[in-house]
Design a protein around this ligand. Structure first.
Ligand SMILES: *Cc1c(COP(=O)(O)O)cnc(C)c1O
Length: 394
């Protein structure tokens, strides 16, 4: 197959190069020359991850967290497989509908919504909404009267690499009042949601969080609320620089912990990272290798991609990507890795420098592995004139 990468400056040309076996995105990158940083996604890999999660979560509804990667081809293949979608905005809802999702398979999962967007979603046929505050319930009651809602709660003691609490969710003691408020406003409170934190590497880390949710769940039921839907959010991990369980085993582990505490309730899960991260790799290039002085122990390695062009999750060095270079196997030394922009915040790894080959030079192709999630959408529209991340779905 001759496939051409789309690029800002003319078409790219295929390059004959040795092809490593077994990973279609890596194979494609190896034989293609790109004129800008490009994320290559292997859609077969997403299908396989989806099927593994479906099996592991036996019977749960999977609503893909669209923000992880909204490439139309990804949304289409998931819609075809029967997935639902967790959308955070009007535009994400429209992307899901355009990809063939039925509106009743879409939940409006952002707890922070504008009235016009709620009204639009309701008109489009979306029936399930998230909330964590009385004012939000008022907005939903006004613009989506009678809608099904789930209340998001704050959970503590998350052991995730990328926590997603504090900003979202109500405090446990606020829940009873919010459930009563939803009923008083004519809404149908059907359940609870939480997020254990993105990149929660081990299934057992879910146990203390599920304990907190279960206490509230059983309390609400004994207060007379007929809760039937538990939305367990995302958190399903991807391999970066530390081992994680295979998706099916991990999902089955989480499901067992949920069933122990909640019995036979309807479960909804919203994986983002766990579905798409490992399906994509970024082809990038070294722009400069330098030392600040002859005695500097660290080299600075500047790539053509940085925090503002797709690698935002390196913030606080939270997510540590693995990087392949043409010199792997040779002698290495510590490097501070940085992006190309004229902003001193555009440094990827400094506190924990990366070991990279001493032979690394400007012009070398590098491959940043397992970047299918939270990269393309985090890229700025053109800070300093650097193009946003290009995406190719195979
Ligand atoms: C981002 C998000 C997710 C996806 O989280 P992952 O850790 O990527 O699986 C799920 N649910 C909600 C509400 C989110 O905001």
């Amino acid at each position: 197959m001759i496939a051409l990468a789309r690029g800002a400056v003319g078409a790219s040309v295929p390059v004959p190069a040795p092809v490593p076996a077994g990973d279609a995105a890596l194979d494609f990158i190896a034989r293609t020359r790109f004129d800008r940083p490009t994320l290559v996604i292997d859609s077969a890999r997403i299908r396989a991850q989806y099927d593994a999660l479906v099996e592991g979560l036996a019977g749960a509804h999977i609503h893909y967290a669209v923000k992880a990667n909204p490439a139309p081809a990804i949304l289409r293949l998931l819609a075809e497989r029967g997935a639902g979608f967790d959308a955070a905005s009007r535009a994400e809802i429209e992307m899901c509908l355009a990809a063939g999702a039925r509106p009743e398979m879409i939940s409006f999962g952002n707890t922070i919504k504008k009235p016009a967007d709620i009204a639009h979603a309701w008109r489009a046929g979306v029936r399930l909404f998230a909330a964590d505050a009385a004012e939000e319930l008022d907005k939903i009651a006004e613009h989506a009267p009678g809608a099904r809602v789930y209340l998001r709660i704050i959970v503590e003691n998350c052991q995730a690499d990328w926590p997603l609490t504090r900003k979202f969710g109500c405090a446990p003691q606020a829940l009873p009042g919010l459930l009563d408020h939803a009923v008083a406003r004519g809404l149908t409170p059907v359940g609870l949601s939480f997020h254990v934190g993105s990149q929660t590497r081990e299934a057992r880390f879910w146990a203390p969080v599920l304990d907190q949710v279960a206490t509230l769940w059983h309390q609400a039921r004994s207060d007379g609320h007929k809760l039937s839907l538990l939305n367990i959010g995302g958190g399903f991990p991807a391999f970066y620089d530390q081992p994680v369980e295979a998706p099916r085993a991990y999902a089955a582990g989480v499901l067992a912990l949920v069933r122990e505490r909640f019995g036979d309730v309807e479960i909804m899960a919203e994986p983002g990272r766990g579905l798409v991260a490992e399906a994509g790799h970024i082809a990038a290039e070294v722009v400069l290798v330098s030392r600040k002085s002859p005695s500097d122990l660290h080299r600075w390695v500047y790539l053509d991609i940085g925090k503002f062009s797709g690698l935002a999750e390196t913030m606080d060095e939270a997510i540590r990507y693995t990087i392949d270079t043409p010199h792997d196997g040779g002698e290495t030394g510590p490097c501070i890795l940085a992006g190309p922009s004229c902003d001193s915040a555009d440094v990827l790894y400094e506190r924990r420098p990366m070991q990279l080959p001493l032979a690394l030079r400007a012009g070398d192709r590098v491959v940043i592995r397992n970047c299918g999630a939270y990269t393309s959408t985090y890229a700025s529209v053109g800070f300093n004139g650097f193009p946003p991340l290009d995406v190719i779905v195979l």
